[in-house]
Ligand binder design. Structure first.
Ligand code: ATP
Ligand code: AMO
Length: 432
C-alpha cells in the first residue's frame, strides 16, 4: 500500500482513476444501504462513498466497524459527484485499518464542540487535526520560510549562537537559571551580545531565527516563556537602514503568505492586506501627548503601559514605528541621539496595540558603552568578553529582534500568543 494522492490533489477531472488515500476518519455516517466516510488528511477532506449496490458485503461490514479518528488507507476509484465536498467521491475497492483510535476523544476534531485552550494544549496532536488550528502553523511555516529567503536575498549570513551562557544579555531580570555542571548558568534571553560581536568579525550582516527564554512572570495573552526571535544585525549602517530592512521583511512575508496560504487564510476568515510602505512613524514625545490626550496617564520617561499601548494603537495605522525613545528606558547597547543624548536611536515596531519588534543603532565606542553599562546599574566585568570585541575594530552597526509568534498573531488574527506555538511554555505549563 502506497499513498498516491493527498486530498488536495484529487479533483472531479480524475474521475475513473484508481487512487490510494490515507488519513483519519473525520466522520462516519451509516445510512444502512450506503455508508459515507469523511477521510481527513493534512490538506482536507475526501468523501468515501460505500453503496451496498456497488461494493461487496464483506467490505461494507468492514467499513461499518470503523470508528472516528482511526487511521485508514483506502484504495478506490474517483467518481465525480456534485453532492460531495470538492465535487468528487471515492468508491472503495479495499479498506485497511492501520490503527484504531481510542474513544471518547479528548476533544472534538470537527470543531462543532468548543474546547478550552488547556484541554486543547494537553492533546495538541488531536487539536491540530482541526483545520483552523493547523492553518496557523502552515502560515507560520510559510512566514518563516519567507523571512529566511528575504535575508538570504539580502545577503545576510545565518548564524547560530549559544542558548546556554554564564550571564545576562539584556540586564539582570527575566532569566532562567540552570545548573551547568558545578556552576550556575542561564538560558539565553536574546542573541543580542553575540550578534553584536559578529559585527566585529566582519561577517557584516547576520541573522538568527532561534529560541529565546524569558522568565516573564506575568500571565498575558502575548507573553511566552519560550519564544522564537527573528534577529538581524548589520554593519556600516544605522537604525534608519535597519528599519527599512524590517519594513521590507514584514511586507514581503505578508505578501507571500497572502499569495501562498489562500486556503488557510480563508479557513481563519482573515482578509490579509500588505501594509503600505513607508510605515507610519511617531516620536515617543508625541506618543506621550497622544496617550494623555486620550485620558490615559503617561509620564515622560515611562515605558508604555497596556492602556497606553491601546490608546496609541487606536490613533495609528496597523503597522507603525515608535522612534525617539528616551535613552534611559532602553538597554545599555542603544546609541543615544548625538544631538540630544536624552533620546536614543531606538525604535519599536508596533501592530495596533502589540509591540512586535525592538531595534536600534548600537553604541560601538567601547568607553561610552562601559559608561552606559555602569549607569544602568550593571557590572562591566560581567560583560568582559563582549566589551573586548569593541576594542579591536568594531564598525558602526544596527539591528533588531522580531518576535515570530507575535508576528504570526498579526498575520493570523490569533488573539492569544499560545495559539501560535505548538507546545507553549508559560508560567503554568511545562508539559507536553
Ligand atoms: P519586551 O519584549 O521588550 O519585553 P513586551 O511588550 O513584552 O516587550 P514587557 O516590558 O515585557 O514588554 O511588558 C510590558 C507590557 O506588559 C506593558 O505594557 C505592561 O503594562 C504589560 N504587563 C506587564 N505585566 C502585566 C500583567 N500582569 N498583566 C497585563 N499586562 C502586563
Ligand atoms: P525585545 O526584548 O523587545 O528586544 O524582544 C524583541 C521581540 O521579541 C518578542 N518577544 C516575545 N514574544 C513573546 N513572549 C515573550 N516573552 C517575548 N519577549 C520578547 C517581541 C519583542 O518585540 N535584543 C533586543 C532586540 C534588538 O535590539 O535587536 C530584544 O530582545 O516581539
Amino acid at each position: 500500500w502506497r499513498r498516491t494522492h493527498y486530498s488536495k490533489r484529487i479533483s472531479p477531472e480524475l474521475s475513473g482513476e484508481k487512487v490510494t488515500v490515507m488519513g483519519w476518519i473525520h466522520e462516519i455516517r451509516d445510512l444502512g444501504g450506503i455508508i459515507f466516510v469523511l477521510l481527513r488528511d493534512r490538506d482536507g477532506l475526501i468523501q468515501i462513498t460505500a453503496p451496498s449496490k456497488k461494493i461487496t458485503k464483506e467490505l461494507l461490514e468492514e467499513i461499518r466497524k470503523l470508528r472516528r479518528e482511526s487511521v485508514i488507507a483506502v484504495k478506490g476509484t474517483v467518481q465525480d459527484s456534485s453532492k460531495a465536498p470538492g465535487g468528487f467521491e471515492i468508491i472503495p475497492a479495499e479498506v485497511k485499518l492501520l490503527n484504531e483510535s481510542k474513544l471518547p476523544l479528548p476533544l472534538d476534531t470537527t470543531e462543532k464542540v468548543h474546547a478550552e485552550i488547556d484541554t486543547r494544549l494537553d492533546s495538541r496532536y488531536v487539536d491540530l487535526r482541526r483545520a483552523s488550528v493547523s492553518a496557523i502553523f502552515k502560515i507560520k511555516s510559510r512566514m518563516l520560510h519567507s523571512v529566511r529567503s528575504f535575508f538570504e536575498e539580502g545577503e545576510f549570513i545565518e548564524i547560530n549562537t549559544p542558548k546556554l551562557g554564564a550571564s545576562a544579555t539584556e540586564g539582570g531580570t527575566e532569566l532562567f537559571p540552570i545548573t551547568y555542571f558545578e556552576r550556575e548558568a542561564f538560558l539565553s534571553q536574546s542573541p543580542q551580545l553575540y550578534k553584536q560581536m559578529m559585527m566585529a568579525s566582519g561577517l557584516d550582516k547576520v541573522y538568527e531565527i532561534a529560541q529565546i527564554f524569558r522568565a516573564e512572570e506575568h500571565d498575558t495573552l502575548r507573553h511566552l516563556n519560550e519564544a522564537i526571535s527573528i534577529d538581524a544585525e548589520a554593519s556600516f549602517c544605522n537604525h534608519e537602514d535597519m528599519m527599512n530592512v524590517l519594513e521590507g521583511l514584514v511586507r514581503t512575508a505578508i505578501k507571500n503568505v497572502r499569495e501562498q496560504c489562500e486556503d488557510e487564510l480563508k479557513i481563519l476568515g482573515v482578509d490579509l492586506e500588505v501594509p503600505e510602505a513607508p510605515f507610519e512613524r511617531v516620536d515617543y514625545d508625541d506618543v506621550v501627548d497622544i496617550v494623555n490626550s486620550k485620558g490615559v496617564n503617561m509620564k515622560y520617561g515611562e515605558d508604555l503601559s497596556r492602556a497606553a499601548e491601546k490608546a496609541i494603537g487606536e490613533k495609528m495605522d496597523d503597522y507603525y514605528f515608535i522612534t525617539g525613545w528616551p535613552t534611559d528606558i532602553k538597554p545599555f547597547y542603544v546609541m543615544p541621539d548625538s544631538e540630544n543624548p536624552g533620546k536614543s536611536c531606538a525604535f519599536d515596531l508596533m501592530y495596533k496595540d502589540l509591540e512586535i519588534s525592538s531595534g536600534a543603532q548600537r553604541l560601538h565606542i567601547h568607553d561610552i558603552l562601559v559608561e552606559r553599562i555602569k549607569k544602568q546599574g550593571l557590572n562591566p566585568a560581567s560583560f568582559e568578553r563582549y566589551l573586548a570585541a569593541f576594542e579591536y575594530g568594531m564598525p558602526p552597526h544596527a539591528g533588531w529582534g522580531l518576535g515570530a509568534e507575535r508576528f504570526t498573531m498579526c498575520i493570523t488574527g490569533a488573539k492569544n500568543v499560545r495559539e501560535t506555538v505548538l507546545f507553549p511554555r508559560d508560567r503554568r505549563r511545562l508539559t507536553p
